[in-house]
Design a protein around this ligand. Structure first.
Ligand code: ASP
Length: 594
Protein backbone atom coordinates (compact mmCIF):
# COMPACT_ATOMS: atom_id res chain seq x y z
CA UNK A 1 0.00 0.00 0.00
CA UNK A 2 1.57 3.32 -0.91
CA UNK A 3 -0.95 5.27 1.15
CA UNK A 4 -1.77 3.83 4.54
CA UNK A 5 -5.19 2.22 4.90
CA UNK A 6 -4.40 1.16 8.47
CA UNK A 7 -6.89 1.96 11.17
CA UNK A 8 -8.25 0.45 14.34
CA UNK A 9 -10.19 -1.96 12.12
CA UNK A 10 -7.28 -3.28 10.13
CA UNK A 11 -3.54 -3.61 9.93
CA UNK A 12 -3.84 -4.75 6.30
CA UNK A 13 -6.47 -4.96 3.60
CA UNK A 14 -7.93 -8.26 2.42
CA UNK A 15 -5.87 -8.13 -0.76
CA UNK A 16 -2.49 -7.50 0.72
CA UNK A 17 -1.00 -10.38 2.66
CA UNK A 18 1.32 -12.95 1.09
CA UNK A 19 4.09 -15.41 2.01
CA UNK A 20 6.34 -12.55 3.11
CA UNK A 21 3.91 -11.85 5.97
CA UNK A 22 3.89 -15.38 7.41
CA UNK A 23 4.17 -15.24 11.19
CA UNK A 24 2.78 -11.70 11.55
CA UNK A 25 -0.11 -10.86 13.85
CA UNK A 26 -2.76 -9.04 11.81
CA UNK A 27 -6.21 -7.49 12.03
CA UNK A 28 -8.51 -7.58 8.98
CA UNK A 29 -12.05 -6.30 8.46
CA UNK A 30 -14.45 -6.99 5.67
CA UNK A 31 -17.50 -8.87 4.46
CA UNK A 32 -18.06 -12.59 4.92
CA UNK A 33 -17.79 -13.54 1.26
CA UNK A 34 -18.08 -17.30 1.52
CA UNK A 35 -18.21 -19.77 4.40
CA UNK A 36 -17.20 -23.41 4.31
CA UNK A 37 -17.91 -25.46 7.38
CA UNK A 38 -15.61 -28.49 7.68
CA UNK A 39 -16.93 -29.74 11.00
CA UNK A 40 -14.45 -28.47 13.52
CA UNK A 41 -12.81 -26.03 11.06
CA UNK A 42 -14.66 -23.09 9.60
CA UNK A 43 -13.23 -21.33 6.55
CA UNK A 44 -14.31 -17.76 5.93
CA UNK A 45 -13.27 -15.86 2.82
CA UNK A 46 -13.11 -12.30 4.00
CA UNK A 47 -13.57 -9.64 1.31
CA UNK A 48 -13.02 -5.91 1.02
CA UNK A 49 -12.49 -3.56 -1.92
CA UNK A 50 -8.93 -4.81 -2.34
CA UNK A 51 -9.30 -8.57 -2.35
CA UNK A 52 -10.11 -11.74 -0.49
CA UNK A 53 -8.24 -13.46 2.34
CA UNK A 54 -8.96 -16.94 3.63
CA UNK A 55 -9.48 -17.09 7.39
CA UNK A 56 -9.54 -20.35 9.39
CA UNK A 57 -11.44 -20.63 12.64
CA UNK A 58 -11.01 -23.64 14.87
CA UNK A 59 -14.46 -24.13 16.35
CA UNK A 60 -13.00 -26.23 19.18
CA UNK A 61 -11.81 -22.88 20.49
CA UNK A 62 -14.57 -21.67 22.87
CA UNK A 63 -13.91 -18.03 21.90
CA UNK A 64 -14.72 -18.76 18.25
CA UNK A 65 -17.91 -20.68 18.82
CA UNK A 66 -20.94 -19.23 17.06
CA UNK A 67 -18.90 -18.05 14.05
CA UNK A 68 -20.49 -20.80 11.97
CA UNK A 69 -23.81 -19.00 12.31
CA UNK A 70 -22.65 -15.68 10.81
CA UNK A 71 -24.65 -14.90 7.70
CA UNK A 72 -22.76 -14.22 4.48
CA UNK A 73 -22.23 -10.49 3.85
CA UNK A 74 -22.11 -9.64 7.54
CA UNK A 75 -19.19 -7.34 8.35
CA UNK A 76 -16.62 -8.71 10.77
CA UNK A 77 -13.17 -8.02 12.16
CA UNK A 78 -10.73 -10.89 12.67
CA UNK A 79 -7.52 -10.94 14.64
CA UNK A 80 -4.98 -13.69 14.08
CA UNK A 81 -1.72 -14.90 12.66
CA UNK A 82 -0.64 -15.24 9.02
CA UNK A 83 0.28 -18.84 8.24
CA UNK A 84 1.41 -20.54 5.03
CA UNK A 85 -1.28 -22.67 3.39
CA UNK A 86 -0.75 -26.34 2.89
CA UNK A 87 0.90 -26.60 -0.61
CA UNK A 88 -2.13 -28.51 -1.92
CA UNK A 89 -4.41 -25.66 -0.83
CA UNK A 90 -2.46 -22.82 -2.46
CA UNK A 91 -4.63 -20.75 -4.81
CA UNK A 92 -2.55 -19.15 -7.60
CA UNK A 93 -5.50 -17.14 -8.85
CA UNK A 94 -5.50 -14.60 -6.03
CA UNK A 95 -2.58 -12.58 -4.62
CA UNK A 96 -3.28 -13.81 -1.09
CA UNK A 97 -3.59 -17.44 -2.24
CA UNK A 98 -0.42 -18.70 -0.52
CA UNK A 99 -1.47 -17.77 3.02
CA UNK A 100 -4.40 -17.87 5.40
CA UNK A 101 -5.22 -16.28 8.75
CA UNK A 102 -5.37 -18.47 11.80
CA UNK A 103 -8.06 -16.55 13.61
CA UNK A 104 -7.73 -16.08 17.37
CA UNK A 105 -10.63 -13.67 17.82
CA UNK A 106 -13.46 -12.28 15.75
CA UNK A 107 -16.05 -9.59 16.22
CA UNK A 108 -19.26 -9.05 14.29
CA UNK A 109 -19.51 -5.37 13.37
CA UNK A 110 -22.81 -5.57 11.52
CA UNK A 111 -25.05 -8.49 10.63
CA UNK A 112 -26.60 -9.20 7.26
CA UNK A 113 -30.08 -10.54 6.71
CA UNK A 114 -30.36 -13.61 4.48
CA UNK A 115 -29.51 -12.37 0.98
CA UNK A 116 -32.01 -11.81 -1.87
CA UNK A 117 -29.29 -13.19 -4.18
CA UNK A 118 -25.82 -14.50 -3.74
CA UNK A 119 -22.93 -12.03 -3.78
CA UNK A 120 -20.36 -14.77 -4.13
CA UNK A 121 -20.05 -16.28 -7.63
CA UNK A 122 -21.55 -15.23 -10.96
CA UNK A 123 -25.07 -16.56 -10.68
CA UNK A 124 -27.40 -14.90 -13.15
CA UNK A 125 -29.86 -12.77 -11.20
CA UNK A 126 -32.88 -10.89 -12.41
CA UNK A 127 -31.92 -7.28 -13.22
CA UNK A 128 -34.81 -5.69 -11.30
CA UNK A 129 -33.70 -7.48 -8.14
CA UNK A 130 -30.09 -6.48 -8.73
CA UNK A 131 -31.13 -2.84 -9.08
CA UNK A 132 -33.32 -2.95 -5.99
CA UNK A 133 -30.36 -4.18 -3.94
CA UNK A 134 -27.73 -2.39 -6.02
CA UNK A 135 -25.31 -2.15 -3.07
CA UNK A 136 -25.21 -5.95 -2.92
CA UNK A 137 -24.92 -6.19 -6.67
CA UNK A 138 -22.04 -3.72 -6.63
CA UNK A 139 -20.21 -5.92 -4.13
CA UNK A 140 -20.17 -8.74 -6.68
CA UNK A 141 -16.82 -9.21 -8.31
CA UNK A 142 -17.84 -8.45 -11.90
CA UNK A 143 -19.83 -5.30 -11.07
CA UNK A 144 -17.20 -4.06 -8.66
CA UNK A 145 -14.62 -4.49 -11.41
CA UNK A 146 -16.74 -2.67 -14.03
CA UNK A 147 -17.30 0.33 -11.79
CA UNK A 148 -13.64 0.59 -10.83
CA UNK A 149 -12.76 0.25 -14.50
CA UNK A 150 -15.06 3.16 -15.31
CA UNK A 151 -13.37 5.15 -12.59
CA UNK A 152 -9.98 4.60 -14.22
CA UNK A 153 -11.29 5.49 -17.68
CA UNK A 154 -12.68 8.75 -16.32
CA UNK A 155 -9.38 9.61 -14.68
CA UNK A 156 -7.50 8.85 -17.90
CA UNK A 157 -9.93 10.98 -19.93
CA UNK A 158 -9.55 13.85 -17.56
CA UNK A 159 -5.74 13.64 -17.51
CA UNK A 160 -5.64 13.47 -21.31
CA UNK A 161 -7.81 16.56 -21.67
CA UNK A 162 -5.59 18.49 -19.29
CA UNK A 163 -2.55 17.30 -21.25
CA UNK A 164 -4.17 18.55 -24.47
CA UNK A 165 -4.52 22.01 -22.96
CA UNK A 166 -8.20 22.00 -21.97
CA UNK A 167 -9.49 23.69 -18.82
CA UNK A 168 -12.19 21.96 -16.77
CA UNK A 169 -15.24 24.04 -15.92
CA UNK A 170 -18.62 23.17 -14.43
CA UNK A 171 -21.83 24.58 -15.90
CA UNK A 172 -25.27 24.99 -14.30
CA UNK A 173 -27.67 22.11 -13.83
CA UNK A 174 -30.70 24.34 -13.37
CA UNK A 175 -30.92 26.31 -16.57
CA UNK A 176 -32.81 27.20 -19.70
CA UNK A 177 -33.84 24.56 -22.19
CA UNK A 178 -31.12 23.54 -24.63
CA UNK A 179 -32.57 21.11 -27.14
CA UNK A 180 -30.67 18.01 -28.24
CA UNK A 181 -33.60 16.21 -29.78
CA UNK A 182 -35.17 14.87 -26.57
CA UNK A 183 -37.76 16.17 -24.10
CA UNK A 184 -36.49 18.34 -21.24
CA UNK A 185 -36.78 17.37 -17.62
CA UNK A 186 -38.22 20.45 -16.01
CA UNK A 187 -37.93 21.71 -12.45
CA UNK A 188 -40.71 24.06 -11.29
CA UNK A 189 -39.55 27.26 -9.63
CA UNK A 190 -40.72 28.21 -6.15
CA UNK A 191 -39.59 31.81 -6.39
CA UNK A 192 -41.02 32.43 -9.85
CA UNK A 193 -44.65 31.49 -10.04
CA UNK A 194 -45.53 29.29 -13.02
CA UNK A 195 -41.97 29.07 -14.26
CA UNK A 196 -39.56 26.19 -14.67
CA UNK A 197 -35.90 25.45 -15.05
CA UNK A 198 -34.77 22.75 -17.46
CA UNK A 199 -32.11 20.18 -16.64
CA UNK A 200 -29.41 20.19 -19.30
CA UNK A 201 -29.77 17.79 -22.21
CA UNK A 202 -26.16 18.84 -22.77
CA UNK A 203 -24.10 21.87 -21.71
CA UNK A 204 -24.20 23.02 -25.32
CA UNK A 205 -25.02 26.72 -24.97
CA UNK A 206 -22.90 27.08 -21.85
CA UNK A 207 -19.84 25.75 -23.59
CA UNK A 208 -20.38 28.11 -26.48
CA UNK A 209 -20.69 30.98 -24.01
CA UNK A 210 -17.42 29.81 -22.42
CA UNK A 211 -15.78 30.32 -25.84
CA UNK A 212 -17.32 33.76 -26.18
CA UNK A 213 -15.97 34.46 -22.68
CA UNK A 214 -12.49 33.87 -24.06
CA UNK A 215 -11.40 30.61 -22.39
CA UNK A 216 -10.29 28.90 -25.63
CA UNK A 217 -10.40 25.19 -24.70
CA UNK A 218 -13.01 23.85 -22.28
CA UNK A 219 -13.96 20.37 -21.20
CA UNK A 220 -16.19 18.80 -18.60
CA UNK A 221 -17.37 15.34 -17.65
CA UNK A 222 -20.94 16.50 -17.62
CA UNK A 223 -24.20 14.93 -16.50
CA UNK A 224 -26.89 15.15 -19.19
CA UNK A 225 -30.58 14.48 -18.71
CA UNK A 226 -32.92 13.58 -21.56
CA UNK A 227 -36.51 12.50 -21.14
CA UNK A 228 -36.78 9.91 -23.87
CA UNK A 229 -37.82 6.33 -24.35
CA UNK A 230 -35.25 3.98 -22.92
CA UNK A 231 -33.28 1.38 -24.84
CA UNK A 232 -30.18 -0.66 -24.05
CA UNK A 233 -28.04 2.13 -25.49
CA UNK A 234 -29.94 5.04 -23.88
CA UNK A 235 -30.51 6.19 -20.31
CA UNK A 236 -32.43 9.15 -18.90
CA UNK A 237 -29.29 10.40 -17.28
CA UNK A 238 -25.77 9.85 -18.52
CA UNK A 239 -22.37 11.50 -18.69
CA UNK A 240 -20.61 13.16 -21.57
CA UNK A 241 -17.00 14.05 -22.05
CA UNK A 242 -17.98 17.42 -23.42
CA UNK A 243 -15.53 19.86 -24.96
CA UNK A 244 -15.35 22.98 -27.06
CA UNK A 245 -12.53 24.86 -28.76
CA UNK A 246 -12.04 28.35 -30.25
CA UNK A 247 -10.34 29.30 -33.52
CA UNK A 248 -10.58 25.84 -35.01
CA UNK A 249 -11.72 24.11 -38.17
CA UNK A 250 -13.43 20.74 -38.36
CA UNK A 251 -10.20 18.75 -38.69
CA UNK A 252 -8.77 20.33 -35.53
CA UNK A 253 -11.71 19.06 -33.48
CA UNK A 254 -11.59 15.68 -35.19
CA UNK A 255 -7.87 15.38 -34.35
CA UNK A 256 -8.67 15.83 -30.65
CA UNK A 257 -11.45 13.23 -30.85
CA UNK A 258 -9.10 10.76 -32.51
CA UNK A 259 -6.35 11.43 -29.98
CA UNK A 260 -8.69 10.70 -27.05
CA UNK A 261 -10.32 7.63 -28.53
CA UNK A 262 -7.16 5.93 -29.75
CA UNK A 263 -5.46 6.73 -26.44
CA UNK A 264 -8.29 5.16 -24.45
CA UNK A 265 -8.44 2.06 -26.63
CA UNK A 266 -4.68 1.52 -26.35
CA UNK A 267 -4.76 2.14 -22.62
CA UNK A 268 -7.82 0.08 -21.68
CA UNK A 269 -8.39 -2.57 -24.30
CA UNK A 270 -5.08 -4.33 -23.90
CA UNK A 271 -5.92 -7.31 -26.07
CA UNK A 272 -7.98 -5.29 -28.55
CA UNK A 273 -6.81 -4.81 -32.10
CA UNK A 274 -7.10 -1.16 -33.03
CA UNK A 275 -7.38 -0.75 -36.78
CA UNK A 276 -4.89 1.93 -37.85
CA UNK A 277 -7.18 3.71 -40.31
CA UNK A 278 -10.08 5.99 -39.45
CA UNK A 279 -12.02 6.42 -42.69
CA UNK A 280 -14.51 9.21 -43.21
CA UNK A 281 -17.86 8.86 -44.96
CA UNK A 282 -20.40 11.47 -45.84
CA UNK A 283 -23.81 10.77 -44.40
CA UNK A 284 -25.07 9.97 -47.92
CA UNK A 285 -22.21 7.55 -48.50
CA UNK A 286 -22.72 5.82 -45.14
CA UNK A 287 -26.43 5.38 -45.84
CA UNK A 288 -25.65 3.87 -49.25
CA UNK A 289 -22.78 1.56 -48.28
CA UNK A 290 -23.90 0.57 -44.78
CA UNK A 291 -27.56 1.58 -44.55
CA UNK A 292 -26.92 3.32 -41.23
CA UNK A 293 -25.21 6.50 -40.04
CA UNK A 294 -23.09 4.59 -37.53
CA UNK A 295 -21.56 1.72 -39.47
CA UNK A 296 -19.72 -1.12 -37.79
CA UNK A 297 -16.70 -1.50 -40.05
CA UNK A 298 -15.74 -4.82 -38.49
CA UNK A 299 -18.50 -6.19 -40.70
CA UNK A 300 -16.90 -6.44 -44.18
CA UNK A 301 -20.21 -6.39 -46.11
CA UNK A 302 -20.66 -3.34 -48.33
CA UNK A 303 -24.04 -2.54 -49.84
CA UNK A 304 -24.34 -1.21 -53.38
CA UNK A 305 -27.05 0.31 -55.51
CA UNK A 306 -28.09 -1.85 -58.46
CA UNK A 307 -31.31 -0.04 -59.40
CA UNK A 308 -30.14 0.84 -62.88
CA UNK A 309 -29.24 -2.78 -63.70
CA UNK A 310 -32.81 -3.81 -62.92
CA UNK A 311 -34.51 -0.88 -64.64
CA UNK A 312 -34.80 -2.54 -68.03
CA UNK A 313 -34.65 -6.13 -66.84
CA UNK A 314 -37.27 -8.82 -67.20
CA UNK A 315 -37.55 -9.07 -63.43
CA UNK A 316 -40.80 -7.16 -63.48
CA UNK A 317 -41.25 -6.52 -59.74
CA UNK A 318 -37.95 -4.67 -59.45
CA UNK A 319 -38.07 -3.11 -62.94
CA UNK A 320 -41.50 -1.60 -62.33
CA UNK A 321 -40.57 -0.44 -58.86
CA UNK A 322 -37.43 1.29 -60.15
CA UNK A 323 -39.42 2.98 -62.88
CA UNK A 324 -41.77 4.16 -60.16
CA UNK A 325 -38.89 5.76 -58.23
CA UNK A 326 -37.77 2.90 -55.95
CA UNK A 327 -34.21 1.73 -55.51
CA UNK A 328 -32.68 -1.74 -55.35
CA UNK A 329 -29.82 -2.35 -52.95
CA UNK A 330 -27.53 -5.39 -53.19
CA UNK A 331 -26.17 -6.98 -50.03
CA UNK A 332 -23.49 -9.61 -50.61
CA UNK A 333 -23.28 -12.51 -48.13
CA UNK A 334 -19.82 -14.06 -48.40
CA UNK A 335 -19.34 -17.83 -48.65
CA UNK A 336 -23.01 -18.74 -48.36
CA UNK A 337 -23.66 -20.45 -51.72
CA UNK A 338 -23.65 -23.88 -50.12
CA UNK A 339 -25.89 -22.96 -47.20
CA UNK A 340 -28.95 -25.22 -46.90
CA UNK A 341 -32.33 -24.11 -48.11
CA UNK A 342 -33.41 -23.56 -44.49
CA UNK A 343 -30.80 -20.81 -44.03
CA UNK A 344 -32.19 -18.90 -47.01
CA UNK A 345 -35.71 -19.39 -45.65
CA UNK A 346 -34.65 -18.06 -42.26
CA UNK A 347 -33.00 -15.02 -43.80
CA UNK A 348 -36.13 -14.33 -45.82
CA UNK A 349 -38.30 -14.74 -42.72
CA UNK A 350 -36.13 -12.16 -40.94
CA UNK A 351 -36.61 -9.75 -43.86
CA UNK A 352 -40.37 -10.19 -43.73
CA UNK A 353 -40.88 -10.20 -39.99
CA UNK A 354 -38.22 -7.80 -38.77
CA UNK A 355 -37.72 -5.52 -41.75
CA UNK A 356 -41.31 -5.49 -42.98
CA UNK A 357 -40.25 -6.38 -46.53
CA UNK A 358 -42.55 -8.25 -48.90
CA UNK A 359 -39.80 -10.75 -49.72
CA UNK A 360 -36.11 -11.05 -50.34
CA UNK A 361 -34.75 -11.69 -53.84
CA UNK A 362 -31.30 -13.20 -54.17
CA UNK A 363 -28.78 -14.67 -56.58
CA UNK A 364 -26.53 -17.50 -55.48
CA UNK A 365 -23.18 -17.42 -57.27
CA UNK A 366 -22.36 -21.12 -57.22
CA UNK A 367 -20.40 -21.63 -60.44
CA UNK A 368 -23.46 -20.63 -62.39
CA UNK A 369 -25.87 -18.13 -60.91
CA UNK A 370 -28.96 -19.57 -59.23
CA UNK A 371 -32.04 -18.39 -57.40
CA UNK A 372 -35.39 -16.80 -58.25
CA UNK A 373 -33.94 -13.53 -59.59
CA UNK A 374 -31.25 -15.14 -61.76
CA UNK A 375 -33.83 -16.97 -63.88
CA UNK A 376 -35.42 -13.71 -65.00
CA UNK A 377 -32.40 -11.62 -65.95
CA UNK A 378 -29.69 -11.93 -68.60
CA UNK A 379 -26.18 -13.30 -67.96
CA UNK A 380 -24.82 -9.80 -68.66
CA UNK A 381 -27.08 -8.30 -66.00
CA UNK A 382 -26.06 -11.03 -63.57
CA UNK A 383 -22.40 -10.28 -64.23
CA UNK A 384 -23.00 -6.54 -63.74
CA UNK A 385 -24.63 -7.26 -60.39
CA UNK A 386 -21.75 -9.48 -59.37
CA UNK A 387 -19.23 -6.77 -60.19
CA UNK A 388 -21.27 -3.96 -58.59
CA UNK A 389 -21.75 -5.89 -55.36
CA UNK A 390 -18.18 -7.18 -55.23
CA UNK A 391 -19.39 -10.79 -54.95
CA UNK A 392 -17.28 -13.82 -55.92
CA UNK A 393 -18.13 -17.41 -56.70
CA UNK A 394 -19.44 -18.95 -53.49
CA UNK A 395 -21.29 -15.82 -52.37
CA UNK A 396 -24.96 -14.88 -52.37
CA UNK A 397 -26.27 -11.43 -53.19
CA UNK A 398 -29.54 -10.41 -51.55
CA UNK A 399 -31.73 -7.59 -52.86
CA UNK A 400 -33.89 -5.10 -51.07
CA UNK A 401 -36.23 -3.00 -53.20
CA UNK A 402 -38.23 -0.09 -51.82
CA UNK A 403 -38.33 3.70 -51.57
CA UNK A 404 -34.78 4.97 -51.22
CA UNK A 405 -34.68 5.65 -47.47
CA UNK A 406 -36.60 2.51 -46.56
CA UNK A 407 -34.44 0.33 -48.83
CA UNK A 408 -31.27 1.88 -47.40
CA UNK A 409 -32.24 1.19 -43.80
CA UNK A 410 -33.57 -2.30 -44.49
CA UNK A 411 -30.38 -3.20 -46.38
CA UNK A 412 -28.40 -1.85 -43.41
CA UNK A 413 -30.28 -4.08 -40.97
CA UNK A 414 -29.85 -7.11 -43.20
CA UNK A 415 -26.12 -6.34 -43.43
CA UNK A 416 -25.89 -6.35 -39.63
CA UNK A 417 -27.87 -9.57 -39.36
CA UNK A 418 -25.73 -11.33 -41.96
CA UNK A 419 -22.55 -10.10 -40.29
CA UNK A 420 -23.69 -11.59 -36.98
CA UNK A 421 -25.13 -14.84 -38.42
CA UNK A 422 -22.06 -15.55 -40.50
CA UNK A 423 -19.63 -14.73 -37.69
CA UNK A 424 -17.93 -12.00 -39.72
CA UNK A 425 -17.28 -9.73 -36.75
CA UNK A 426 -14.10 -10.04 -34.73
CA UNK A 427 -15.04 -8.99 -31.18
CA UNK A 428 -11.44 -8.09 -30.38
CA UNK A 429 -11.23 -5.54 -33.17
CA UNK A 430 -11.74 -1.78 -32.71
CA UNK A 431 -12.76 0.06 -35.88
CA UNK A 432 -13.35 3.76 -35.86
CA UNK A 433 -14.83 5.90 -38.58
CA UNK A 434 -16.27 9.35 -39.12
CA UNK A 435 -19.62 10.21 -40.57
CA UNK A 436 -19.78 13.82 -41.75
CA UNK A 437 -21.87 16.23 -43.85
CA UNK A 438 -25.18 15.39 -42.22
CA UNK A 439 -28.28 17.16 -43.49
CA UNK A 440 -28.78 20.44 -41.62
CA UNK A 441 -32.53 19.87 -41.59
CA UNK A 442 -34.81 16.90 -41.85
CA UNK A 443 -38.47 16.42 -42.58
CA UNK A 444 -40.54 16.21 -39.43
CA UNK A 445 -44.29 15.95 -39.59
CA UNK A 446 -44.58 16.90 -35.90
CA UNK A 447 -43.47 20.50 -36.43
CA UNK A 448 -45.62 23.14 -38.15
CA UNK A 449 -43.11 23.93 -40.93
CA UNK A 450 -42.57 20.21 -41.58
CA UNK A 451 -38.83 20.83 -41.18
CA UNK A 452 -36.73 20.36 -38.05
CA UNK A 453 -33.04 20.67 -37.24
CA UNK A 454 -31.18 17.46 -38.02
CA UNK A 455 -28.93 17.66 -34.94
CA UNK A 456 -28.84 20.46 -32.40
CA UNK A 457 -29.74 23.88 -33.74
CA UNK A 458 -26.36 25.49 -33.11
CA UNK A 459 -24.52 23.73 -35.88
CA UNK A 460 -23.07 25.78 -38.74
CA UNK A 461 -23.95 24.93 -42.35
CA UNK A 462 -21.03 23.44 -44.26
CA UNK A 463 -21.17 26.39 -46.63
CA UNK A 464 -20.04 29.18 -44.37
CA UNK A 465 -19.91 31.88 -47.05
CA UNK A 466 -21.92 35.08 -47.30
CA UNK A 467 -23.65 33.61 -50.35
CA UNK A 468 -25.11 30.70 -48.37
CA UNK A 469 -28.18 29.52 -50.27
CA UNK A 470 -31.06 28.65 -47.96
CA UNK A 471 -33.66 28.16 -50.66
CA UNK A 472 -33.54 24.33 -50.47
CA UNK A 473 -33.13 23.67 -46.77
CA UNK A 474 -33.47 19.90 -47.03
CA UNK A 475 -30.40 19.85 -49.29
CA UNK A 476 -28.29 21.92 -46.91
CA UNK A 477 -25.36 20.09 -45.34
CA UNK A 478 -24.21 20.76 -41.79
CA UNK A 479 -20.68 20.79 -40.43
CA UNK A 480 -21.77 17.99 -38.11
CA UNK A 481 -19.40 15.06 -37.51
CA UNK A 482 -20.03 11.85 -35.62
CA UNK A 483 -17.28 9.50 -34.52
CA UNK A 484 -18.33 5.86 -34.62
CA UNK A 485 -16.70 2.88 -32.93
CA UNK A 486 -17.80 -0.67 -33.82
CA UNK A 487 -21.28 0.50 -34.77
CA UNK A 488 -21.84 2.79 -31.78
CA UNK A 489 -21.98 6.55 -32.14
CA UNK A 490 -19.51 7.37 -29.38
CA UNK A 491 -19.25 11.08 -30.03
CA UNK A 492 -20.74 13.84 -32.08
CA UNK A 493 -20.11 17.50 -32.57
CA UNK A 494 -20.03 20.37 -35.01
CA UNK A 495 -18.55 23.68 -35.89
CA UNK A 496 -21.00 26.21 -34.55
CA UNK A 497 -22.80 28.96 -36.22
CA UNK A 498 -21.63 32.21 -34.59
CA UNK A 499 -23.31 34.70 -36.87
CA UNK A 500 -26.55 36.06 -35.33
CA UNK A 501 -28.06 36.81 -38.76
CA UNK A 502 -27.52 33.25 -39.97
CA UNK A 503 -28.82 31.98 -36.65
CA UNK A 504 -32.13 33.78 -37.22
CA UNK A 505 -32.41 32.52 -40.78
CA UNK A 506 -31.78 28.90 -39.80
CA UNK A 507 -34.23 29.03 -36.92
CA UNK A 508 -36.82 30.57 -39.24
CA UNK A 509 -36.64 27.51 -41.49
CA UNK A 510 -37.34 25.32 -38.48
CA UNK A 511 -40.35 27.47 -37.62
CA UNK A 512 -38.96 29.80 -34.94
CA UNK A 513 -39.68 33.51 -35.38
CA UNK A 514 -37.16 36.17 -34.35
CA UNK A 515 -38.98 36.89 -31.11
CA UNK A 516 -39.04 33.23 -30.18
CA UNK A 517 -35.32 32.83 -30.85
CA UNK A 518 -34.63 35.86 -28.68
CA UNK A 519 -36.88 34.53 -25.94
CA UNK A 520 -35.57 30.96 -25.96
CA UNK A 521 -31.95 31.43 -26.97
CA UNK A 522 -31.52 35.10 -26.14
CA UNK A 523 -28.36 34.56 -24.10
CA UNK A 524 -26.42 33.04 -26.94
CA UNK A 525 -28.03 35.26 -29.60
CA UNK A 526 -27.04 38.41 -27.75
CA UNK A 527 -23.56 37.10 -26.93
CA UNK A 528 -22.94 36.57 -30.65
CA UNK A 529 -23.21 40.34 -31.08
CA UNK A 530 -20.24 41.01 -28.82
CA UNK A 531 -17.43 39.31 -30.68
CA UNK A 532 -17.73 35.55 -30.89
CA UNK A 533 -14.70 33.51 -31.95
CA UNK A 534 -15.19 30.78 -34.55
CA UNK A 535 -15.63 27.67 -32.45
CA UNK A 536 -16.61 24.02 -32.46
CA UNK A 537 -16.53 20.97 -30.28
CA UNK A 538 -17.78 17.53 -29.59
CA UNK A 539 -19.15 15.32 -26.82
CA UNK A 540 -18.46 11.66 -26.13
CA UNK A 541 -20.87 9.35 -24.36
CA UNK A 542 -18.91 8.22 -21.32
CA UNK A 543 -20.97 5.09 -20.65
CA UNK A 544 -20.86 4.08 -24.30
CA UNK A 545 -17.08 4.39 -24.35
CA UNK A 546 -16.69 2.40 -21.13
CA UNK A 547 -19.02 -0.30 -22.49
CA UNK A 548 -17.01 -0.64 -25.69
CA UNK A 549 -13.70 -0.77 -23.86
CA UNK A 550 -15.09 -3.52 -21.63
CA UNK A 551 -16.94 -5.42 -24.36
CA UNK A 552 -20.14 -4.88 -22.38
CA UNK A 553 -23.34 -4.22 -24.37
CA UNK A 554 -25.52 -2.74 -21.59
CA UNK A 555 -25.01 0.85 -20.37
CA UNK A 556 -26.61 0.08 -17.00
CA UNK A 557 -23.81 -2.39 -16.31
CA UNK A 558 -21.24 0.40 -16.21
CA UNK A 559 -23.47 2.81 -14.28
CA UNK A 560 -23.37 2.65 -10.52
CA UNK A 561 -26.99 3.55 -9.82
CA UNK A 562 -29.02 3.38 -13.04
CA UNK A 563 -32.78 3.34 -13.20
CA UNK A 564 -34.57 0.31 -14.57
CA UNK A 565 -35.87 0.28 -18.12
CA UNK A 566 -38.98 2.15 -17.06
CA UNK A 567 -36.95 5.00 -15.59
CA UNK A 568 -37.61 3.97 -11.99
CA UNK A 569 -35.16 3.59 -9.15
CA UNK A 570 -36.74 0.84 -7.08
CA UNK A 571 -34.03 1.05 -4.44
CA UNK A 572 -34.45 4.72 -3.63
CA UNK A 573 -38.07 4.96 -4.70
CA UNK A 574 -38.02 7.43 -7.54
CA UNK A 575 -39.93 8.92 -9.13
CA UNK A 576 -42.15 9.45 -6.11
CA UNK A 577 -45.40 11.22 -5.26
CA UNK A 578 -44.67 14.78 -4.07
CA UNK A 579 -46.19 15.97 -0.83
CA UNK A 580 -49.00 18.50 -0.93
CA UNK A 581 -46.62 21.06 0.56
CA UNK A 582 -43.99 20.46 -2.11
CA UNK A 583 -46.60 21.04 -4.80
CA UNK A 584 -47.85 24.19 -3.11
CA UNK A 585 -44.29 25.51 -2.81
CA UNK A 586 -43.86 25.36 -6.55
CA UNK A 587 -47.45 26.41 -7.34
CA UNK A 588 -48.42 23.17 -9.04
CA UNK A 589 -51.47 20.99 -8.97
CA UNK A 590 -51.64 17.56 -10.57
CA UNK A 591 -53.97 17.02 -13.48
CA UNK A 592 -56.20 13.99 -13.45
CA UNK A 593 -54.89 11.07 -15.46
CA UNK A 594 -56.82 10.56 -18.70
N1 ASP B 1 -24.17 18.94 -27.47
C1 ASP B 1 -23.93 17.90 -28.44
C2 ASP B 1 -24.63 16.62 -27.99
O1 ASP B 1 -25.03 16.50 -26.84
C3 ASP B 1 -22.48 17.63 -28.64
C4 ASP B 1 -21.78 18.71 -29.40
O2 ASP B 1 -22.28 19.12 -30.45
O3 ASP B 1 -20.70 19.10 -28.96
O4 ASP B 1 -24.73 15.68 -28.75
Amino acid sequence: MSISLKSKYRTHTCGELNSANVGEAVVLSGWVHRKRDHGSLLFIDLRDNYGITQCVLDLADQGLLGAEKINPESVITVRGKVVARDPAAVNDKIPTGAIEIQVGKYEILTKSLPLPFQVFGDDETNEELRLKYRYLDLRREKMHHKILFRNRVIKAMRDKMWELGFSEFQTPILGASSPEGARDFIVPSRMHHGMVYALPQAPQQWKQLIQISGFDRYFQIAPCMRDEDLRADRMLEFYQLDFEMSFVGQRDVQDICEAITTFLIKEFAADGKLHPEIPQFTYAEAMLKYGIDRPDLRNPIIISDVSEIFRDSEFAIFANAVKGGATVRAIPAPATADKPRSWFDKTEAFAKEELGLGGLGYIVFAGEAKGPVAKKITPEQIEKIRIASGASVGDTVFFVCDKRDIAAKAAGKLRIKLGEDLGLIDPKEFRLCWVVDFPQFEEDENVPTGIAFGHNPFCRPLDDSDTLDLSKPLELKASQYDIVLNGWEIGGGSLRNYNPETMLKLFKIAGYGEEEVKAKFGGLYTAFQYGAPPHGGCAFGVERLVCLLLGEPNLREVTMFPTNQRGQDLMMGSPSVPTEQQLRDVHISIRKKN
